[in-house]
Design a protein around this ligand. Sequence first.
Ligand SMILES: [Zn+2]
Length: 354
Amino acid sequence: MNLAPYHPSKDDLQGAGDYDAPRGKDNVWLVVRAAVKVQSKENEDWKVIKKLFHVDAHFNEGQMVKEMTLRFDFHCHSTASDGALSPTELVARAAGAGVEYLALTDHDTLAGWPEAHKAAVDLGVQLIPGIEISVQWESRELHIVGLAFDPAHPAIVELVAYQQEARVNRAKKMGERLDKAACMTDAYRKASELSGQVAPGRPWFAQILVAEGKARNDQHAFNRFLKPGQSAFVKTPWLTVEQAVSALTEAGGVAVLAHPTRYGLTRKKLRTVLKDFTAAGGRGLESLTVGLNPNQKMLVEECLRDFDMLASGGSDFHTPRQTWLELGKVPPLSEMHTPVWQAFPTAYQPVATS
Ligand SMILES: [Zn+2]
């Protein structure tokens, strides 16, 4: 896709209703967005444009055109954590879906980075370092997506080592508990073998439970054994918000609060989280995700504005079995948002807009 700034001619700006498709679909978007710039938001034409082209964002300047047409995804998982696709398969699928700018954000690990990086170079996808870190806030577990940090920075290496150790201990304990509670033998070893990981997460244990007939399906396994309050749930001593954010920041990256509407927090609680998160140096909010209801959308917009945060987004893709998700399927940025990549180091700025 040609991402050069579009300079509309006089003719282009006569009235949005007059536009047809002389330049192909992608360019029509640019024309339409350019046209909006010279018209008031109350203009009837704007409503027509919105309807015809599903434009969900206002347009500002040439720079903004490029940013808004950039196809990005800053939240997805590979087999290096709990995803179904290998890093290579994941990057290939992203490329196939038209993603130009990608972060692989496996849980508490960078194990998939070298392979994903190679695939991204081969396939012409711009890959930036990413990770999803589990943290503890009060008695809850929250997730922080780290983006565009130096993966070899000692603060990151230390962070990953700590989280991995916590995960290994948790997996071993979970296995012991399942051996008792579900009358299994060697649940840890089996989950470990199945996943190829020393720290298999709960989805792997769920699979074992189903395979051995201890649960009807994954959801049943979670409800019966694995979710908080059940016999095999093990609370993990994750890093605090402050520790995770400061490691990411020290390594030159940006900390983003992942899926803010998925923790079951009230508006008030979420605002308290964000107060602490931003005080610690967290700057991004994962506001661009599909599936938010109108109230959740409003809440996220309010938080972006009130806490002066950068908009990030991603699919949280784990497996092709989640047919409602796809890599790169992220709502568009609007001019009210500042994209998270504006805070990235130059080397990780989007190639298409630099
Ligand atoms: Zn995730």
